[in-house]
Design a protein around this ligand. Structure first.
Ligand code: UDX
Ligand code: UDX
Length: 465
């Protein structure tokens, strides 16, 4: 088996950054270099002040603080890092295509392809190339073809090693992974490459948790895992709508069904909808793949998970509008939370974006407070929708750094992210300074209904009548 002394990762994002930081911290004898074409991002990773890292993840700054410039390096010198590494991870983003064939569904692989071409150009000796980005099935064979046809007669082994970390718990998920999946060819050199990558993870994980499969099973497993998780959220969310019409309580239902060990208790929290960079994109990919093979029923089945999620978001926004007497024009509505879940500053596909957009369509005056998301990010998310001009977005929506100030003379508050701090606010004082009747729409089921009712709020908790 190859002795590994140098690892390189292309893409210093939410996946590449934390994953490589953990590998470096667990493998002190391996030099790990994370490269990115974005100079500003690399500068933030190298910032002396660890609070300025580009990504917020609990536990990340401590690990980076210890390993950085020891055996963990962040750089824009992509070619140099490729050249010295025996294992190269590709961890660049694969957004949903916004043009051409597969627009709105298929993954845009142009960045992955650019990486492959770059590796082919630079490599002078044999390399193991690992796809870490979530990719449609059969991408590995495309990467392989590019590497084999433009390379310098070096042997490339392509492995699929999908990421299962969830943001907000990335470090814990990496250190204590349920499983690591490694897909590769069944040839002798493919097997050797799988064993080599496995040996990296064996520095801290028991071997039984490292599963080896063929490449396509590995690629498809990632999409399927996310599709199943998202399906649970959509399933419980559709039932939350039914609960609101009846006297059933969604929490009691989640508990009752979760006790069935065949169902299990996780991922049964009703919410304003799922977000994040993966769920929607991966399901769209699955749908696209199924359709491209003529499997219409399969595609329709999974697409419904997304349709239910869109329904949940618009249902929440419509409930706010109808509760505020069907007119919210000029009314001050505070959004607590913009991130797609707590403990991350990531906002990709956050349900907050869709809810804000629907409320802005009705000319509401929106104030956003999120403990970790910057104003620039919030405006960029809205501008990206293209629903209205960026001037209008800035006119109608303001970002506030003080959660108490934000609520002065507000008509309503909508809780869109489950940040712990929201639970501990002085809700009595908040009620006093809001206009009456004071509404709270809890899209994360975060607060205690009895308490909120007793303080005098008109309190709505998703999934409860
Ligand atoms: C990850 C996975 O890789 C992706 O497949 C998954 O679906 C979402 O999560 P993530 O790390 O979250 O992506 O993406 P992002 O934070 O956008 O980071 C990607 C980085 O790659 C960016 O910093 C970008 O500058 C960099 N990049 C992109 C390159 O260095 N080279 C390129 O050619 C393209
Ligand atoms: C997900 C997968 O969990 C992870 O394995 C994969 O590698 C990447 O995609 P992530 O998107 O970071 O991780 O977060 P996750 O914790 O899965 O939450 C996704 C969304 O579902 C969030 O918006 C969250 O708030 C929502 N959710 C989750 C619910 O609404 N209810 C739940 O019970 C669980």
């Amino acid at each position: 088996m190859k002795k590994i002394t140098h690892i390189c990762c292309i893409g210093a994002g939410y996946v590449g950054g934390p994953t490589m930081s953990v590998i470096a911290s667990q493998c002190p004898n391996i030099k790990v270099t994370v490269v990115d074409i974005n100079q500003q991002r690399i500068d933030s990773w190298n910032d002396d002040n660890l609070d300025n890292l580009p990504i917020f993840e609990p536990g990340l700054k401590e690990i980076v603080g210890k390993a950085r410039n020891m055996n963990l390096f962040f750089s824009t010198e992509v070619d140099k890092a490729i050249d010295e590494a025996q294992i190269i991870f590709i961890s660049v983003n694969t957004p949903t295509k916004t043009y051409g064939k597969g627009k709105g569904q298929a993954a845009d692989l142009k960045f992955v392809e650019l990486c492959a071409r770059n590796i082919a150009k630079v490599a002078k000796d044999d390399k193991i190339v690992v796809e870490k980005s979530t990719l449609p099935v059969r991408t590995a064979s495309a990467i392989k073809s590019i590497l084999q046809h433009t390379g310098n007669k070096v042997n490339f082994e392509i492995l699929s090693n999908p990421e299962f970390l969830a943001e907000g718990t990335a470090i814990e998920d990496l250190l204590n992974a349920d499983r690591v999946l490694i897909g590769g060819d069944d040839t002798p050199s493919g097997q050797e490459a799988k064993d080599t990558l496995s040996s990296i993870y064996e520095h801290w994980l028991p071997k039984e948790r490292i599963l080896q499969t063929n490449v396509w099973s590995s690629e498809l497993s990632k999409l399927v895992a996310n599709a199943f998780l998202a399906q649970r959220v959509s399933s419980i969310n559709t039932i939350s709508a039914l609960c609101e019409k009846t006297d059933a309580n969604i929490q009691e239902i989640s508990r009752a069904i979760g006790y069935d060990s065949r169902i299990g208790s996780k991922f049964l929290n009703a919410s304003v909808g799922f977000g994040g960079s993966c769920f929607q994109k991966d399901i769209l990919n699955l749908v696209y793949i199924a359709r491209s093979y003529g499997l219409t029923e399969v595609a329709d089945y999974w697409e419904q998970v997304i349709i239910a999620n869109d329904y949940q978001k618009s249902r929440f926004a419509e409930h706010i509008i109808s509760s505020l007497y069907n007119t919210i024009s000029g009314k001050k509505i505070v959004l607590y939370g913009w991130a797609f879940k707590k403990d991350t500053n990531d906002t990709r596909e956050s349900p907050a974006i869709a809810v804000a957009d629907a409320l802005l369509d009705e000319n509401a005056e929106i104030i956003v407070y999120d403990p970790k998301v910057t104003a620039d990010r919030i405006y960029a998310d809205l501008d990206y929708l293209g629903t209205r001009s960026s001037e209008e977005n800035r006119k109608l929506l303001t970002v506030c750094n003080d959660p108490m100030d934000a609520t002065k003379e507000a008509h309503a508050i909508a809780i869109l992210t489950e940040w712990d701090e929201f639970k501990n606010y002085d809700w009595k004082s908040i009620h006093e300074q809001m206009l009456k009747p004071a509404f709270v729409f809890d899209g994360r089921r975060l607060l205690d209904k009895e308490k909120m009712d007793s303080l005098g709020f008109n309190y709505y908790k998703i999934g409860q009548s």
